[in-house]
Design a protein around this ligand. Structure first.
Ligand SMILES: Nc1ncnc2c1ncn2[C@@H]1O[C@H](COP(=O)(O)OP(=O)(O)OP(=O)(O)O)[C@@H](O)[C@H]1O
Ligand SMILES: [Mg+2]
Length: 166
């Protein structure tokens, strides 16, 4: 299990980390974005999508539609399950409606998606509000497919880094 904690002291830090991360993603990447309201999940998603060649203006939280699909370097599914109150509310969705094997899947409020995941390449991103403009981002993954992403983030963001446990 790889783990990395980054202190995002400004919107610029958040955008820079998202941009670095975008370059390390690959088709089949699944990013689960955890954290309370206003913690920065959608903000991070916008910068990540910009790095994947998607206009940030078209990136809006799909709170009511549950899934947005953006065309970019690869297709990106942006899922937001905030509105759900039980996992059965996803029963009408097929796996292919929620997870994009040919591209990148980004999920806000992913609690109820667990049933759909088995051995996929999953990267967990936990966002925590520290101060008005400061967020703590905790990255965790058990998938070796993200090893290069972790190494790159460690190298390029050493000034933001708090703790590393390999
Ligand atoms: N360093 C930072 N990183 C990310 N967002 C920040 C930062 N500093 C301030 N913010 C602000 O915090 C807010 C984060 O809102 P955002 O919609 O991204 O949160 P969210 O986690 O998606 O919330 P929700 O669960 O309601 O969808 C934005 O207004 C953003 O400008
Ligand atoms: Mg959001």
């Amino acid at each position: 299990m790889r783990k990395l904690i980054l202190e995002l002291c400004s919107l610029e830090d958040t955008a820079a980390v998202a941009s670095t991360m975008a370059n390390q993603l690959f088709p089949g990447s699944i990013l689960l974005l955890w954290g309370n309201m206003g913690a920065g999940k959608t903000t991070f998603t916008k910068s990540l999508c910009a790095g994947l060649g998607i206009l940030p203006e078209i990136v809006t939280s799909p709170t009511y539609t549950l899934v947005n699909n953006y065309p970019g370097r690869w297709p990106v599914f942006h899922v937001d399950l905030y509105r759900l109150t039980a996992p059965e509310q996803l029963d009408d969705f097929d796996r292919e409606d929620l997870l994009c094997d040919e591209g990148v899947t980004i999920v806000e409020w992913p609690e109820f998606l667990a049933n759909y995941l088995s051995d996929e390449a999953v990267l967990n991103l936990g966002f925590e509000t520290v101060a008005e403009h400061q967020r703590r981002l905790c990255l965790e993954s058990e998938s070796a497919e993200f090893d290069t992403l972790f190494k790159t983030l460690e190298q390029q963001n050493s000034s933001l880094q708090k703790t590393i446990n390999s």
